[in-house]
Ligand binder design. Structure first.
Ligand code: SAM
Length: 273
């Protein structure tokens, strides 16, 4: 179960990479724009602001996220759907997916299928976290796999490397019929000290820790977060200004070519962020 409130606690930090991804998409008058894994919809609503003439859609597998997105009252059409079942309509000129595909096993094959199915000139832009090797995620996995927890958490999937790096996605997608712009950025977030939990633990609770939370009862969750919080406090020391939390992200913008057809995007490269 996704909790939009917990997720949106760091909305500014999570919104900046979305904006920087979008800055590299040069579509001027797309017909249909789709956000795959739209979450609480706040960022998707910005797509409708940028392209008011387009039909903008947001899909997410979480009904709580879609409920929150619907409550925004934006012109975006939101619906509950699994991205693994999605295929582009013939007029889909822009596809965005931000911070979602790391949850989707086998997304590499989906990406290739989507590029092949998009009309000529369409844009596919996605971003995924690239921090699975960072102390935060290593510690999460090592506590979950420790003798104290591995029995209770055996069924929880915590993959060591659920994403490729930028070069890996570029190799996957580029071809004479598909241009690819791929890069990585490390954001050094300064997380404020707000309540009794360590700020990195608070961040992880909105995303990476969600499957662990779902597997534990309240008492177990309190014990698990105490164990993990202790480890995080050593790796991410807190001072008066908060905690430095470096966060690497991977970005890819692919431009489908090939098939002639109605191309509702122009040929200029996207603006530099
Ligand atoms: C970290 S949130 C990102 C939300 C939003 N794109 C953003 O950047 O703020 C990940 C979202 O992916 C959705 N998600 C995960 N797996 C999915 C799937 N197979 N199909 C559709 N949505 C999925 C989750 O429900 C969640 O809302």
């Amino acid at each position: 179960m996704w909790d939009p409130g917990t997720y949106l606690r760091y909305a500014a930090e999570r919104g900046r990479p979305f904006a920087e991804l979008l800055a590299r998409v040069g579509a001027t008058s797309p017909r249909r724009v789709v956000d795959l894994g739209c979450g609480p919809g706040v960022l998707t609503a910005g797509l409708a602001d940028r392209w008011p003439e387009a039909r903008v859609e947001g899909l997410d597998s979480s009904s709580s996220m879609i409920e929150r997105a619907d409550s925004l009252g934006s012109p975006v059409s939101f619906r509950v759907a699994d991205v693994r079942e999605w295929t582009p309509e013939p007029d889909t000129d822009v596809v965005i997916s931000h911070a979602t595909l790391q949850w989707v096993r086998g997304h590499e094959a989906l990406l290739r299928d989507w590029v092949a199915a998009l009309p000529g000139g369409a844009w596919l832009a996605f971003g995924v976290p690239g921090n699975f090797d960072a102390p935060s995620h290593r510690l999460l996995r090592s506590v979950a796999r420790s003798a104290a927890w591995r029995g209770r958490l055996a069924a929880v999937e915590l993959r060591d490397a659920p994403v490729l790096d930028a070069a890996g996605y570029a190799s996957l997608l580029r071809s004479p019929a598909c241009e690819v712009d791929a890069w990585e950025t490390t954001y050094v977030h300064v997380l404020p000290v707000g309540d009794d939990v360590h700020p990195v633990l608070a961040w992880l609770s909105g995303t990476a820790l969600r499957p662990v939370r779902a597997a534990l009862d309240d008492t177990e969750w309190a014990a698990f977060t105490a164990d993990l919080g202790g480890e995080l406090a050593k790796a991410y020391p807190v001072d008066a200004t908060g905690v430095l939390f470096p966060f690497r992200r991977i970005f890819v913008v692919a431009r489908a070519g090939g098939r002639p057809g109605a191309v509702a995007v122009d040929d200029r490269p996207g603006p530099t962020p």
